[in-house]
Design a protein around this ligand. Structure first.
Ligand SMILES: C[S@@+](CC[C@H](N)C(=O)[O-])C[C@H]1O[C@@H](n2cnc3c(N)ncnc32)[C@H](O)[C@@H]1O
Length: 308
């Protein structure tokens, strides 16, 4: 009996240590994303960052090439946030399931429009997110909730999805590079089950993120600098994550389509925007840079995924 209890205690200790490490990484990665959105000039992101009262994670003092990384990441994040919101608005989805959304004002903005939004995140991010919704959402307070579950947890994801009535637009951006192939695979099976049961689609740019981010960097600083900015950004995220990120996985279109098929899903490629919105970051760009961003907006970087 004693031996059995010791084994249980040891297993519990291991789980707690792994979770603590994951939580730290997670909080930081969620916060870094918010930092870029605030740097783009998005007032809601700036409010959000003020509310959580934490020092920004990266500055010119601790990150080489800070200015270029800040601008490239700010632009990429603002494009991503808006591409998803514009898609939801165009198709007028009333139900939005934002998976691994981090600390993002997107949920609040969509909630304030009267849409029901559930953010699926890890516990610590949910605690901060919920509190911020209460602080500055208008209608969002009523419409947005943060649900804590792991993406690989089928029951957790389905229980959350079951709160919706009608078709769901699942948004997922920027998380698959952090997941092991096993976790990633389980997440896509879970998403298939949610879409089969409720209908709707999932939108993501994860299968094009490498090319897409490189294009963003090139729009700002020229083709000749884009690979360096991509690699420096990758190194920055690996520092936050304290591990390698899997950014090469599923970046080949055929391979990604095959992966989706195996998981009972199919994708159609869409341009990021049908009409380019006026982004806050445009206030900081030259006309030539804005022209390049407009060209990116027409590329098929958004994948709309449905159940087979
Ligand atoms: C870099 S952020 C994702 C970026 C964000 N979705 C975007 O639009 O750019 C990674 C987020 O995924 C969440 N996350 C990571 N692993 C997860 C898992 N296994 N289950 C649920 N959430 C997870 C983290 O809490 C973190 O907020």
């Amino acid at each position: 009996m004693k031996k059995f209890l010791a084994v249980i205690m040891f297993a519990l200790m291991l789980t707690t240590t792994a979770r603590a490490a994951e939580f730290e990484m997670v909080e930081y990665s969620a916060q870094v994303k918010l930092q870029w959105l605030a740097a783009a000039g998005i007032p809601e992101a700036q409010n959000f960052l003020k509310l959580i009262e934490r020092p920004v994670f990266f500055t010119a003092d601790n990150l080489n090439d800070f200015k270029r990384l800040e601008m490239a990441n700010a632009l990429y994040q603002e494009l991503n946030m808006n591409a998803a919101m514009e898609f939801v608005r165009e198709k007028n989805y009333q139900n939005v399931f934002d998976l691994a959304c981090s600390l993002s004002p997107r949920a609040m903005l969509l909630g304030d429009e009267g849409r029901k939004v559930v953010v699926g995140e890890l516990q610590t991010v949910c605690l901060i997110g919920d509190w911020c919704v209460d602080e500055f959402g208008k209608k969002a307070k009523k419409n947005v909730s943060y649900d804590a579950f792991w993406l690989q947890d089928r029951r957790g994801m389905m229980a959350s999805a079951d709160k919706f009535n009608g078709e769901i637009c699942i948004i997922e951006q920027g998380v698959i590079i952090y997941l092991t192939p096993e976790v990633r695979s389980q997440m896509f099976y879970n998403i298939r089950d949610v879409l089969k049961k409720h209908g709707g689609c999932m939108i993501t740019s994860d299968f094009t993120q490498k090319k897409y981010f490189t294009d963003v960097a090139a729009a700002l600083y020229g083709e000749e600098n884009s690979a360096t900015i991509y690699n420096e950004t990758k190194a920055m995220y690996e520092k936050v994550f304290e591990d390698k990120i899997l950014d090469d996985d599923l970046q080949n279109e055929q391979e990604a389509m095959e992966f989706l098929k195996v998981h009972g899903l199919r994708a159609v490629k869409y341009p990021l925007f049908t009409v380019m919105p006026n982004l806050y970051i445009f206030n900081k760009l030259t006309p030539a840079q804005i022209e390049k961003v407009n060209e990116i907006s027409m590329k098929n970087y958004l994948w709309v995924i449905t159940a087979l």
